[in-house]
Write a protein that binds this ligand. Sequence first.
Ligand SMILES: NC(=O)c1ccc[n+]([C@@H]2O[C@H](COP(=O)([O-])OP(=O)(O)OC[C@H]3O[C@@H](n4cnc5c(N)ncnc54)[C@H](O)[C@@H]3O)[C@@H](O)[C@H]2O)c1
Ligand SMILES: [Zn+2]
Length: 348
Amino acid sequence: MRVLVTGGAGFIGSHIVAALTAAGHEPVVYDALLPAAHPREPEIPDAEFVRGDVRDAAALEAALRGVGAVCHQAAMVGLGSGFGDAPDYVSCNDHGTAVLLAAMARQGVSRLVQAGSMVVYGEGRYVCPVHGVVRPGPREVADLDAGRFEPRCPLCGAEMAPGLVTEDAPADPRNVYATTKLAQEHLAAAWARATGGRAVSLRYHNVYGPGMPRDTPYAGVASFFRSALERGEAPRVFEDGGQRRDFVHVRDVATANLAALDAVGDRPEGRHTAYNAGSGHPHTVGEMATALATAFGGPMPVVTGEYRLGDVRHITADSARLRRDLGWKPSVEFGDGVVEFAHAPLRS
Ligand SMILES: NC(=O)c1ccc[n+]([C@@H]2O[C@H](COP(=O)([O-])OP(=O)(O)OC[C@H]3O[C@@H](n4cnc5c(N)ncnc54)[C@H](O)[C@@H]3O)[C@@H](O)[C@H]2O)c1
Ligand SMILES: [Zn+2]
């Protein structure tokens, strides 16, 4: 199948393109090579390439000819450098998705797989010993300043145990990026209903692996650590390092996209379905830093107690639905993936 991969020159997109080619599909990379994502000379994946912006309807329509499905990865990612970035996030991610979906409708392309994110869940799922499952609000600055990083039960203030988030958990985006990722899903659902399209969103958890961008305000935590090590500096671990995340390897995310592209044509018309895409094995941010520093040969991480306001404490996925419905399963173990990542090139 001919598959248009928006953002196909990016970290995850380029792995999807490689996996599509290996599986005998025909990927077409559609990417604007945004300077925020590609500050230096970008590497173009080895595939048909269109330099274009997802907000450019005419360029998209030309690129969509003969395409059987779209794999939509293009987005501005990360926390950014402040609220001043908000118009750019909304423009790229939401206006861009709307232009893409309208162009697909005009060209009769009815299958969409798009990159979602676990950030739509906000603070995740917690169990209070007294009140059961509760949803804590954003953490207070005073608590964070005092080094009280664990969210407490909103009803009784008790300490809680973090649990696995399932797809039916209510959405609760906590920053601009998260808000745009949630809106992308709502747009896909509205498009599917209005046009009889079929859409799948894969809510990636913390993706890491070869080709991850170097540290910028737009990068993920594993890349901050890896970049520090390359400079000969100790990785700086925020809070107390106990933040739990599901680190999923980029090649596993690529195979999840392939599984979704294979399955999306069989989904009911007019339907959008979201799936968590995580490894199923949570680790703390501190564990990631230590494992990476050990594999790299030091220096070992320092825990700084700093924090970023938009960050959540724990967010870990239950990806059973993706395994069950699409027959996907991750194949890269955390230990192996981290050793490879410690020595693999980053994207400059
Ligand atoms: N990396 C993660 O841990 C992670 C986690 C959850 C979700 N995601 C999602 O996965 C997708 C890919 O992220 P990534 O980590 O590979 O980021 P990336 O920055 O490496 O890749 C994104 C690509 O999209 C392109 N792009 C951005 N805006 C565009 C536009 N308006 N028109 C055309 N191209 C545009 C950029 O040039 C870049 O090549 C994004 O949708 C992101 O929200 C990533
Ligand atoms: Zn309680």
